[in-house]
Design a protein around this ligand. Structure first.
Ligand SMILES: NC(=O)C1=CN([C@@H]2O[C@H](COP(=O)(O)OP(=O)(O)OC[C@H]3O[C@@H](n4cnc5c(N)ncnc54)[C@H](OP(=O)(O)O)[C@@H]3O)[C@@H](O)[C@H]2O)C=CC1
Ligand SMILES: O=C(O)C1=N[C@H](C(=O)O)C[C@H](O)C1
Length: 267
């Protein structure tokens, strides 16, 4: 199958990386070309399919990219993303960057890869979540001059293993709302006596329970009524399908920065 796209996965032994490997193997247009982990990973040298629970597929997990690939999909940690972004930029390999929890400086460093290679850097790859981003923008735009003011709070729920908070997706929802409505303060939880809530705030609430793969609710609270917009993931495959679609999209693009809205036809 010579015309298959060769995909590398960075963070191959992780929760997301394993599902990326499995769903690549189920897609006739794709082939897993490389499986990468950090240099200290206990998974180094193991078969990526065995680690993902589907039996051997002939791709060993490595810490360095030695094989040719067309696009890399990264679900790792900020340090892992920065390293692979440098490699992708140098070798002109398309990069689907899904890792969250980056500092602004780390984000800028990753973004420089788009000068030499096609790049997507998005906190959420799911179709439903990206559609919600459009709906939230529309709601924020329509409600911004509501008499009595509108209080926006963002509630997210994720599994107990998640390392960053609030989620990258929650922060992005907040950016969309602030862009439309002009809030200037981003408040993370409340305790003590914060006093009456100023309308210039967006509040974020990060719940960490069990094995939740990701839920986001954007609350638009007004005097007399409330709108809750909620999107829920059922399995991690919702993110993986988006990432695979993004990889196929990037393989046909020139160097530059692209968005999931471009990939999913939501513009
Ligand atoms: N954009 C999106 O749609 C989504 C984004 N995410 C984000 O993806 C990231 C990963 O999530 P998840 O799979 O749950 O996390 P995991 O911790 O399960 O997986 C991350 C993997 O990356 C590995 N890793 C750590 N450092 C490096 C490195 N330097 N190079 C390569 N690999 C490395 C980890 O190894 P070790 O355990 O040995 O450190 C681990 O196997 C998170 O930032 C999460 O928020 C998650 C879901 C959807
Ligand atoms: O860590 C996760 O699981 C997820 N992380 C992403 C985020 O931080 O927004 C996306 C999704 O919600 C799952």
């Amino acid at each position: 199958m010579g015309d298959q796209l060769l995909i590398g996965v960075n963070g191959a032994a992780g929760r997301m990386g394993q599902r990326v490997a499995v769903l690549i193997c189920q897609d006739p247009d794709l082939k897993l070309g490389a499986a990468l982990e950090s240099e200290n990973s206990p998974a180094l040298g193991k078969d990526a399919g065995e680690v993902a629970g589907i039996g051997p597929i002939g791709v060993k997990i490595q810490s360095e990219l030695t094989d040719r690939v067309d696009v890399i999909i990264d679900f790792s940690l900020p340090a892992g993303l920065i390293k692979i972004a440098g490699i992708c930029a140098e070798r002109q390999i398309g990069l689907v960057a899904a890792t969250t929890g980056l500092t602004p400086e780390q984000r800028n460093e990753v973004l420089t890869a788009s000068q030499t290679t096609p790049l997507i850097l998005a906190p959420n790859m799911s179709l439903a979540v990206n559609l919600m981003m459009k709906l939230v923008r529309e709601a924020a735009h329509s409600l911004k001059n509501s008499p009595g003011g509108v209080d926006v709070e963002i509630i997210e729920r994720h599994h107990r293993f998640k390392e960053d908070a609030p989620s990258g997706t929650a922060l992005h929802f907040g950016e969309i709302v602030a862009d439309e409505m002009g809030q200037t303060e981003h408040v993370h939880g409340r305790a003590g006596r914060p006093g009456p809530r100023p309308v210039c705030e967006i509040g974020y609430h990060a719940l960490r329970t069990g094995d939740n793969v990701g839920e986001h609710t954007i609350v638009f609270g007004m005097m007399g009524e409330t709108i809750d917009l909620t999107v829920r993931g059922h399995t991690r495959d919702s993110y993986v399908y988006g990432a695979l679609t993004a990889a196929k999209y990037l393989a046909a693009q020139k160097p530059g920065l692209y968005t999931m809205a471009d990939v999913l036809g939501l513009n």
